[in-house]
Ligand binder design. Sequence first.
Ligand code: HEC
Length: 189
Amino acid sequence: MSQPLKNTPARQSQKTKDDALRPHVYDGIEEFDKRLPNWWLWTLYSAMIFSVAYWFIMHQAGADFSPQATIEQKLARLQAEAAARATGPLNDDQLWALSLNSETVSAGKATFLATCAACHGENLQGGIGFNLADNEWVHGGRPTEIVHTITNGVVEKGMQAWGSQLGERKIQEVAAFILSHHKKPDATQ
Ligand code: HEC
């Protein structure tokens, strides 16, 4: 077993003045105690900061940029656009899709405030007419049933038939506005 080399002048010249030799020697191999380069350190620090920010934004602040969420948003928009283009009566899914479309919902809100709020309340809380924000429906809570009630009314009970006055489009918008206060039940329900 040969003795490890001492710091000869030749070896001494390899190290800069900051680099101390580390105390251990393995098989005659010695190691400088080098400072990590700045670019390396900054990569580490940035990664640490990034990971905390990422954890906070994605897992604590509720932001969801996952492909699943993006697809759902896009799908809802496409369905709403398809529903808006469609003529004739819409089905439940199309009406639910419309209820996610902010333009349709705000158009429906305007109609609601002008025509329905007097009896159903500005916040759909009810009054002369029923509460439209809760989950109790006398004439059916499926989107098509709501459209049917609005169109044909419950004339003997004081709810006018709005079909001829508002027309199909506006009734769909109002229904979308009402539905925007509700959650679409799961497909299994
Ligand atoms: C003059 C008052 C009045 C106005 C205006 C009015 N409603 Fe009504 N609405 C009623 C009454 C009263 C009922 C309850 C009918 C009954 O007793 O069955 C009702 C019932 C309903 C229902 C059925 C609720 C359920 O539980 O099934 C819907 C939906 C509805 N109204 C939507 C509308 C919309 C949308 C408008 C505006 C376009 C509107 N109403 C305007 C008085 C009104």
